[in-house]
Design a protein around this ligand. Structure first.
Ligand code: NAP
Length: 240
């Protein structure tokens, strides 16, 4: 059984992935901000889920997490860099420094986590970065910082895969619309989101567990020959 680090484990895709990993018998270091939710997950985690309150917008909190866990969890077998934020949607010509948090959470935090974890990764460890279809397939103008940070994450994924020659694997997923808090707030509420999803190729968005299944596969040794890839998981959304 393995030890995995999952960011954004307190909701949506990250929570579904953490729960699936637990069900498969693995140990999960679950990062998030929402302490109530994190402690609930820990209570129901069969003693194998450990919650850590870490705000990824604050680099010193990431540093502290790695310092405080190095003795109890000296080996990490995989990472799901999942947490993300789209910030405040704004026209590209109005983007200001206030949007820097988007880049910190979506790009720099995964980068720092990989750098800090590198010394503790087991041979064959698998890193999965949660990107998005925006930024390289779709280009919603109001989401420039989000889209460009997610695009940069793809470059980071491929660069690290090339750097480590298969010692560790690095892949990215690009989900289409998923039924989570993040997409509800982007569309102005769940009702509006569900209505918009009627135009999806299959008529509705993904359940978070449909993305978790793919992530758990990529994290596992079953995907040992998949490295440096970007997998679009969108139910055909980008076909139309
Ligand atoms: N939903 C979609 O349609 C979709 C599509 C493509 C890609 N994605 C990506 O999927 C990832 C997960 O999103 P989701 O859809 O599952 O949304 P979600 O349910 O809203 O979950 C977002 C998670 O990110 C965490 N998070 C956000 N900012 C953070 C910060 N500063 N520090 C630590 N944790 C932070 C949240 O933690 P707390 O709740 O504890 O604050 C939460 O656990 C994101 O990277 C998103 O870009 C989503």
């Amino acid at each position: 059984m393995k030890t995995y680090l999952v960011t954004g484990a307190t909701s949506g895709i990250g929570e579904a992935t953490a729960l699936q990993l637990i069900q498969e018998g693995h140990t999960v270091l679950a990062l998030g901000r929402n302490e109530t939710k994190g402690r609930d997950l820990e209570t129901n985690g069969h003693g194998r889920l450990f919650f850590f309150q870490v705000d990824l917008a604050v680099p010193s909190e990431i540093e502290r997490f790695f310092e405080t866990t190095k003795e109890d969890f000296p080996t990490i077998d995989g990472i799901f860099n999942n947490a993300g934020t789209f910030g405040k949607p704004v026209a590209p010509e109005r983007v200001t420094d206030q949007q820097t948090e988007v880049f910190q959470v979506n790009y720099h935090a995964p980068e720092q986590i990989i750098q800090r974890a590198a010394k503790r990764l087991s041979r064959g460890a698998s890193i999965v970065n949660n990107s998005a279809i925006v930024g390289h397939v779709k280009f919603p103008a109001m989401l420039l910082p989000y889209a460009s940070s997610k695009s940069a994450l793809l470059t980071l994924t491929k660069t690290y895969a090339a750097r480590f020659h298969g010692k560790y694997r690095f892949n990215a997923i690009c989900p289409g619309p998923v039924d989570t808090k993040l997409s509800h707030s982007l569309y102005g509420g769940k009702e509006k989101f569900d209505l918009a999803m009627k135009h999806h190729l299959r008529g509705h968005a993904a359940h978070p567990s449909e993305i978790a299944e793919v992530v758990c596969f990529l994290l596992s040794d079953k995907a040992s020959y998949i490295n440096g890839q970007t997998l679009i998981v969108d139910g055909g959304y980008t076909l139309t």
